[in-house]
Write a protein of this length. Structure first.
Length: 141
């Protein structure tokens, strides 16, 4: 009967490094698969859904783009559009505001955008909290 040889310390370390490299490769390719899921940012493209707005208590917190949230700025969070994209957010009935995307949101339940407090005020949605909107991409970076 042949004895099974246990790998020595160097072999275990080499296998561990090879395994880590394989995991890194898998994660890198998985990231590439999701990178293409960004929404089209071609001028004129349109989305419809609901908008909500940031709480004032988040003022000064960092956004996903690295900027600090300023409730007085006309900015917004979108799950897919590239940072710097300008969009026009319109409510059925007329009110609209142009905002710049500088954050990400995990918008769910039909929500497609989170607006800064200033943008929400321009759309007269402070009391409602969440309103139906139409987004039109104006330009993209």
């Amino acid at each position: 009967m042949t004895a099974i040889r246990r790998p020595d310390r160097r072999e275990r370390r080499r296998w561990s490094l090879a395994g880590a490299a394989a995991v890194a490769l898998i994660l890198a390719t998985a990231g590439c698969a999701t990178a293409g899921r960004r929404a089209p940012a071609t001028p004129g493209s349109v989305q419809t859904g609901k908008a909500s707005y940031y709480a004032h208590s988040l003022a000064g917190h960092r956004t996903a783009s690295g900027e600090r949230y300023d409730p007085k700025a006309l900015t917004a969070a979108h799950p897919d559009l590239p940072f710097g994209t300008r969009v026009r957010v319109s409510r059925p009935g007329g009110a609209s505001v142009d905002v710049r995307i500088n954050d990400r949101c995990g918008c769910g339940g039909g929500h497609i955008i989170d607006l800064s407090e200033a943008a929400a005020r321009r759309l007269d949605m402070m009391r409602a909290g969440s309103v139906p909107v139409r987004l039109e991409v104006l330009n993209s970076i």
